[in-house]
Design a protein around this ligand. Structure first.
Ligand code: F6P
Length: 328
């Protein structure tokens, strides 16, 4: 399999952490070991690369982590790496350690950084999409999205219990940055009356009409799921509804970072394992400057240019239609 001269693969996690990142690290280390290639872990993403926080990872050092949330390699967002000087320091550290291949696990910021690093150093690198946001084109799913959405659904179910007891209207804000994926699918699974996402412009009047209708239809409680990237956030929407009518007893819950933690679901563990292996095998075949993705259950490699060319991971219109029909 090793058609290259690669002998040492550096692996790191970067950007916001996501459940399943540990499973991906484990997969990279164990796949590399399978092909008799060494692995080194780079701590704190690009920041650690600049500071030289690099150490050997063996198959035993990634034992007992597949089920753990967070990342044993830690994550950081790095402004220093955006500078030529920062990247030069990082590259010097990689060379000092003999790293001749890289696997980066993170979101689009991580990929952009990697692209610059490849341009400056020529070190082959492959990215693995790890972010709860599911906002990366070229893959049906990113690592962590399934776990985060399940966490959101569990929280929504709990909120429903108390909403029902008090006949309340809840606005529940979920993460996702500019993407409505977590919101849309947790709204469907949690039986929300409405979902507000950045990809679809629902006007306040439309939302208000929906809430009125649901009140008239004798709904005892109403849950509205709002993506954090929506034009109007959960607090603003709650305030606007309260200003228009005192009919509703309104509460707001912002789920926040609890969506980023927790043990990864089976889906994220398997996806991370598949992606880690695909990244290592891609490097050893001589691939570089690309991202692993999953398309209809199969591993694919996407050229960096294709995924970063301003493309967004389109929201599933059929899911949106489903959410609307079933909320009535
Ligand atoms: O990208 C993952 C994410 O959790 C987003 O959903 C959210 O907008 C952001 O990171 C929060 O970032 P931070 O942890 O830096 O506050």
């Amino acid at each position: 399999m090793n058609k290259t001269t690669i002998t040492k693969i550096g692996v790191f996690t970067s950007g916001g952490d996501a459940p399943g990142m540990n499973a991906a690290i484990r997969a990279v280390v164990r796949s590399a070991n399978y092909y008799q290639v060494e692995s080194l872990g780079i701590n704190r993403g690009y920041e650690g690369m600049i500071d030289g926080e690099i150490s050997k990872l063996g198959t035993r050092s990634v034992g007992n982590i597949i089920q753990r949330g967070g990342t044993i390699l830690k994550c950081a967002r790095s402004d220093n790496f955006r500078t030529k000087e920062g990247r030069a320091k990082a590259i010097a550290n990689l060379r000092k350690q003999g790293i001749d291949g890289l696997v980066a696990i993170g979101g689009d910021g991580t990929f952009r950084g990697m692209h610059e690093l490849i341009k400056d150093s020529g070190i082959p690198a492959i990215c693995v999409p790890g972010t709860i946001d599911n906002d990366i084109s070229g893959t049906d799913y990113t690592i962590g999205y399934d776990t985060a959405t399940n966490t959101a659904v569990e929280a929504i179910d709990r909120i429903r219990d108390t909403a029902l007891s008090h006949n309340r209207l809840f606005f529940i804000e979920v993460m996702g940055r500019h993407s409505g994926y977590i919101a849309l699918n947790s709204a469907i699974a949690g039986g929300a009356v409405a979902v507000i996402i950045p990809e679809e412009q629902t006007t306040f009047d439309e939302l208000y009409t929906l809430l009125e209708q649901s009140g008239k239809a004798n709904k005892k409680s109403s849950l509205v799921v709002v993506a954090e990237g929506a034009k109007l956030n959960a607090m603003e929407l709650a305030r606007m509804v309260a200003e228009r009518s005192n009919y509703f007893d309104i509460k707001v819950t912002i789920l926040g970072h609890l969506q980023r933690g927790g043990s990864p679901t089976y889906f994220d563990r398997v996806l991370a394992s598949q992606m880690g292996l695909a990244a290592v095998e891609g490097l050893l075949r001589g691939e570089k400057d690309c991202m692993v993705g999953t398309r209809n259950g199969k591993m694919v490699l996407n050229a960096f240019e294709d995924i970063m060319n301003g493309q967004v991971h389109e929201i599933d219109q059929e899911a949106l239609r489903l959410a609307k029909i079933l909320s009535t």
